[in-house]
Design a protein around this ligand. Structure first.
Ligand code: GTP
Length: 357
């Protein structure tokens, strides 16, 4: 519960920052255009500009209100709000062009689809290309409209307008790509330990299982559970319990290879996928990890020997599903607990019984 609350507040912070930035970005383009209008004494449609400003204020107030009052912010809500900002941006864009008498339908339609894609997937390179493309289309359209169809407008003002457009949408795109990356990371990771969460780990495990099935690769699972964690929480408090979980996760991350994966499977349970590793090697790895945990998860007032774990190992095989392999590791973990804890059982039930006998 605590970790999901942290995730919600993270989403909320990210969303509020994003909304603020888009608010600022609108004004950069707006102020730039206004400044040039004033500086050159060009024709200024006050009514259009005021309605544009009023729309921005009101719609942003609505966005801020929606985010602030939402008790729980989820990934889905975050995505909806990102798209809402994009829609808002487009709605503002269209009347502004219309009122200023320089509507350019092709650029608007392209902008709609381009920016829609940009906000949904938020890849900065793609966004930069889209923005540049829209800027060129806008300028070419303006040039044709002014010089060949006699539109009552001045081309240099369109250049200023496009500069504002490139700057403000570039800023939004840059920030959105950061937001999207954060959301992707949050969706894949456990917020306390920063290890992968169960859902993402299962996806990676399915890929490895396919390698085992198709190419005869070797890989093993090691399921770990900290012993008597409830006692640790009760004796030292939840804050210390959290610190131990974080230290435990850091220790595992340091010890596994770059192509291995680890996730927080549940409260004080961790699941490690060791690639190119058979069950005997996984067992040896587990023993090595035991020593590291003793020496690395150090906290004041706690004897290092207090923190032990039990483990179960299972090797992936071509015939089993990932869930069957996980269940095997879980059963062996259970045997390790039954056998007195602070031990690793594997690679099969027979050996495990001998190990705990
Ligand atoms: N501090 C902290 N504690 C947690 C977290 N998630 C789960 N726990 C606690 O972990 C404890 C797990 O207790 P049990 O399932 O009884 O297991 P155990 O005490 O480790 O006993 P054995 O596994 O049998 O050795 C519970 O007290 C949970 O409240 C967390 O994120 N932070």
């Amino acid at each position: 519960m605590q970790s999901s609350e942290m995730t919600h507040s993270k989403y909320k912070r990210v969303l509020l920052r994003n909304t603020t930035l888009s608010f600022v970005a609108y004004h950069i383009g707006f102020a730039l255009t206004l400044f040039i209008h004033a500086y050159t004494n060009a024709r200024l449609d006050t009514y259009a500009l005021l309605s544009f400003l009023a729309f921005i204020y009101l719609s942003h107030c609505a966005l801020f209100y929606a985010i602030k009052t939402r008790p729980v912010v989820t990934l889905h809500f975050t995505k909806v709000m990102l798209v809402a900002q994009m829609v808002l941006w487009m709605i503002v864009f269209i009347p502004w062009n219309y009122f200023l008498g320089s509507a350019k339908p092709l650029a608007l339609i392209l902008a709609f689809f381009g920016v829609h894609y940009l906000f949904l997937y938020a890849r900065f390179l793609f966004s930069a290309l889209t923005i540049s493309y829209l800027a060129v289309v806008h300028l070419v359209n303006s040039y044709i409209a002014i010089h060949y169809f006699g539109l009552d407008d001045e081309f240099y003002l369109q250049i200023v307008y496009v500069a504002g457009f490139v700057l403000s949408s570039g800023l939004i795109a840059l920030h959105s790509s950061h937001v999207a990356q954060k959301i992707r990371d949050n969706a894949a990771k456990d917020s306390l330990t920063q290890l992968y969460n169960r859902r993402h780990f299962l996806k990676l495990l399915e890929v490895e299982q396919e390698r085992v099935r198709r190419h005869g690769e070797v890989a093993s699972l090691l399921m770990l559970d900290i012993d008597h964690f409830k006692n640790i929480n009760d004796s030292f408090g939840h804050y210390t319990g959290d610190k131990i979980l974080t230290g435990f996760a850091q220790c595992i991350t340091k010890e596994i290879r770059a192509n291995d994966f680890c996730c927080r499977w549940g409260g004080e349970e961790f699941l490690i996928l060791l690639c190119h590793t058979n069950s005997t090697q996984a067992y040896e790895f587990g023993l090595r990890l035991k020593n590291c945990i003793c020496t690395q998860v150090l906290l004041p007032n706690i004897e290092p020997q207090t923190i032990t774990f039990s483990g179960g190992i299972s090797q992936l095989d071509a015939e089993s599903t990932v869930h069957e392999s996980i269940n095997r590791a879980d059963e062996l973990l259970y045997l390790a607990k039954e056998g007195g804890r602070d031990r690793i059982c594997g690679p099969d039930i027979g050996t495990a019984r001998a190990q705990i006998a």
